[in-house]
Design a protein. Structure first.
Length: 288
């Protein structure tokens, strides 16, 4: 059994690179996913994942599968869509969720169209679903740098982020840090989605943020512990998904997200904080 787990990573360098990549994505994306969930912005993460597609597609159009061009394009597109959706929701009667939905649908259609103009079906699949088994040194360094920046930023902004999750009105009344914190947080979301995009594509990158975060919520109420559990679940999902892909000959990206979905399902059933089995058989609340 141990040989089945270790041999793929001992024998094949591409498996080692893929594992390093998903660990780095989990380290940055897990905590971001927890805050997205607690701020009720889970679907915002999904919308932003699609929003980076046209920028990455424009980078691909001019430079092919260039890491720098697609990264810069994705960052610019993500920031533009986030700002545009915020402005629409602020100056019109349309709510932010509806404006984000409109922008992400347009972004997805535009991005697929741009890639299709120049590339093949293989290139389109690369953009949509990533190539986690083909990560090179530069891509790994980019993902690791994003995770490092995320960890440092969250360490500095931890208190205002937690306060904004619990009581944003109170934070606005005692500090002016609310708006800058929110903007920086959105920037971190875009950064991590761009990092995840190179490994898992635009359609699956958000899965490594939200599924581990949602699963961790069933095990604890403490935000710090929730972030740690989310990272552990993300790493376990990456490892399990890569092994499943290797031994069952499945696509690696979808296998990783399926593994995360499996852990989420187990957490939904068995988690001590709101899991279905714990709700079905509650403990004694009052004793004589």
């Amino acid at each position: 059994m141990l040989n089945l787990i270790l041999s793929p990573f001992a024998e094949f360098e591409f498996m080692q690179r893929a594992l390093v990549g998903v660990v780095a994505i989990a380290l940055g994306g897990g905590p971001i996913g927890v805050f997205l969930m607690l701020r009720r912005m889970s679907l915002t993460g999904d919308a932003m994942a699609h929003a980076i597609l046209p920028g990455a597609a424009v980078g691909y159009l001019f430079a092919g599968l260039s890491l720098s061009a697609m990264t810069i394009g994705g960052l610019v597109a993500g920031v533009v869509v986030a700002v545009a959706a915020g402005l629409v929701s602020r100056f019109t009667t349309l709510k932010e969720d509806a404006s984000l939905a409109a922008f992400y649908l347009l972004s997805l259609a535009l991005g697929v169209t741009i890639v299709s103009l120049r590339g093949s079906n293989v290139d389109l699949l690369h953009v949509l679903f990533g190539t986690v088994l083909a990560l090179d040194d530069n891509t790994l360094l980019l993902i690791a740098a994003i995770s490092t920046i995320t960890a440092l930023a969250l360490a500095l902004l931890y208190r205002p982020l937690v306060l904004e999750c619990v009581d944003p009105t109170f934070l606005r009344s005692v500090s002016r840090a609310g708006t800058p914190t929110h903007l920086i947080f959105l920037g971190l979301v875009v950064l991590n989605l761009v990092g995840g995009f190179h490994a898992l594509g635009t359609l699956l990158a958000v899965g490594m943020m939200m599924l581990p975060a949602a699963a961790s919520r069933f095990w604890t109420n403490d935000i710090t512990v929730m972030m740690v559990i989310s990272v552990v679940i993300g790493i376990a999902s990456g490892l399990s998904g890569l092994l499943l892909s290797f031994h069952a000959e499945l696509p690696a990206g979808p296998a990783i997200i399926l593994a995360a979905g499996g852990i989420y399902t187990v957490s939904l059933l068995l988690g001590r904080e709101g899991g279905l089995l714990w709700l079905a058989w509650p403990g004694k609340h009052l004793e004589a």
